[in-house]
Write a protein that binds this ligand. Structure first.
Ligand code: NDP
Length: 487
């Protein structure tokens, strides 16, 4: 059987590289190579920039309404192909089809639709200054770059292309080397929807290709999703020509459950915020602070539901709700964290080991894991694990829990469960986090801006403000009176 090899997607077509260098892509649920992908070598990189320049000229000259129509056609195609695309994401990421089927493509399409709707509403301002006046124009930046993580590959490509393209920019997108196919599918859909060639190019490869994008002098902005450490490197590279940056980075988010909370609801949130997408979600509430009065009751329900309701196995089986981790290396990393948790004195309430489900015995599974007897200094409580590992901590007092929740350099998400509305708002307003939930966890509609405080990021995705982050303001001063000159 000949192996399938995907090429880079440049100027509306697949283009062969010259180096012949490729990398394999493995199905995390089977440990088998599914296909290979060509690396974007120097030849491809040059083509990508030339094409993006041409794409930008055409696309930025179109009216926002014209751009909007094309983006909406792409939204239609994304939704029409939901099942096929969801399967692509399952095979690349190892996540359950029951998630991909209703979340990944839909929430990606929602964001493109949202920005397609907003594009024609962008307006400048006008103000008189004496007899003269000035006006402003919101102009696109030019060529932008998107660099994505592997946990929501197609959704991330949509979340970056939606605002970038709606504002009239072209985008060169690099998906993670582990999940390269979703972005290619999106590129094909954009072309089918009538987008000019070069507006959305996909380049493939690992860090080297990401570095090239972040340093290239013709790229005006880089929007990055990934780890904090990589984000810092990307920012350093972007400083070479003072690129604008958006950074969507990691987190170690707290969930605070007060003793007046609906306990079952809080357990649902804690499970969603730790085990959905097998724990590979940036906003996960991996530090769960539970008030001492309800601690035992919370643990009993959490243990029962974790042990009875989670089904690991072949992610293509619609009954499976816990998939495989992205790679063998990542599985080992998560297991190492679990080992460290035990060594530092935390107790396993449940889980704490790899899994070999009958339907996917070679997959990189880790059992949903809950640690108790945790303290704030433990490594598992401090560092992002990015797997299904929850740490439960006890608290007694509101001020104490706020201080502990804020004792981190990160600041992506935070949640509060309480039926006392004043307390819920009071506490959430004091938490250092950009994405907060009260009596809920994880929902992220297109209309809501998302992004991190502190080292969890810079800038926002989604929401109205993001469209402005893909434009620059041009001020035009118009003289109506005679120039007042001493010369
Ligand atoms: P990484 O930081 O390892 O990689 C992210 C992307 O950057 C990948 O495409 C990667 O390529 C690329 N890359 C790696 N090195 C460089 C470099 N020096 N310059 C430019 N690009 C580079 O993150 P992961 O893919 O491991 O994703 C998991 C992380 O992403 C977690 O920390 C998670 O919290 C965060 N994340 C944040 C989100 C948010 O919205 N805040 C959402 C989703 C995830 P390659 O993978 O091919 O090596």
């Amino acid at each position: 059987m000949t192996a399938v090899v995907y090429q880079n997607f440049i100027h509306g077509a697949f283009v062969a590289n010259q180096s012949k260098e490729t990398f394999p892509v493995v199905n995390p649920a089977t440990d088998e190579v599914m296909y290979h992908v060509e690396v974007a070598d120097e030849y491809i990189q040059k083509q990508a920039i030339g094409s993006a320049q041409q794409g930008f000229s055409k696309w930025s000259a179109m009216t926002p309404v014209e751009r909007s129509r094309i983006l909406n056609k792409a939204v239609y195609l994304l939704r029409e192909r939901n099942d096929e695309l969801a399967k692509v994401e399952v095979l690349d990421t190892g996540k359950p089809i029951q998630e991909a089927d209703c979340v990944d493509i839909q929430t990606g399409a929602d964001v493109i639709e949202y920005f397609a709707g907003l594009a024609p509403t962008q307006m400048g301002a006008q103000q008189p200054v004496g007899e003269d006046f000035f006006y402003t124009r919101q102009e696109p930046l030019g060529i932008c770059a998107g660099i994505g993580a592997w946990n929501y590959p197609l959704q991330i490509a949509c979340w970056k292309s939606g605002p970038a393209l709606a504002a009239g920019n072209s985008l060169i997108f690099k998906p993670s080397e582990e999940t390269p196919l979703g972005a290619i599918k999106l590129a094909e859909i954009f072309i089918e929807a009538g987008m000019p060639a070069g507006v959305f190019n996909v380049v493939q490869g690992a860090a080297k290709v990401g570095e090239w994008l972040s340093t290239h002098p013709d790229i005006e902005k880089v929007s990055f999703t990934g780890e904090v450490g990589t984000g810092k490197k990307v920012m350093q590279s972007a400083a070479s020509n003072l690129k604008d940056v958006t950074m969507e980075l990691g987190g170690k988010s707290p969930l605070i459950v007060f003793d007046d909370a609906d306990i079952s609801e809080a357990v649902s949130a804690a499970m969603l915020g730790n085990f959905y997408t097998q724990g590979e979600i940036c906003t996960n509430c991996t530090r769960v602070y539970v008030h001492k009065n309800i601690y035992q009751e919370f643990l009993t329900e959490l243990k029962t539901r974790t042990e009875q309701n989670i089904v690991a196995g072949d992610p293509l089986d619609p009954n499976v709700n816990l998939g495989a981790l992205i790679s063998k290396k990542h599985q080992q990393l998560v297991l190492d964290y679990i080992e460290q948790g035990k060594q530092e004195g935390a107790t396993l309430l449940t889980g704490g080991h790899a899994l070999k489900p009958e339907s996917a015995p070679n997959g990189y599974f880790v059992a949903p894991t809950v640690f108790i007897d945790c303290s704030d200094e433990m490594t598992i409580v401090k560092e992002e694990i990015f797997g299904p590992v929850m740490s439960v901590l006890v608290f007694e007092d509101e001020d104490e829990v706020i201080a502990r929740a804020n004792d981190t350099e990160l600041g992506l998400g935070a949640g509060v469960f309480s039926l006392n509305i004043q307390r819920a708002h009071r506490v959430i307003h004091q938490l250092k986090a950009g994405i907060c939930w009260i009596n809920s966890y994880g929902n992220s509609p297109a209309e809501m801006p998302v992004g991190g405080y502190q080292q969890s990021g810079i800038g926002r995705e989604n929401g109205v403000e993001t469209l402005n982050n893909y434009t620059q303001t041009k001020s035009v001063y118009v003289g109506m009176s005679k120039i007042d000159s001493p010369f």
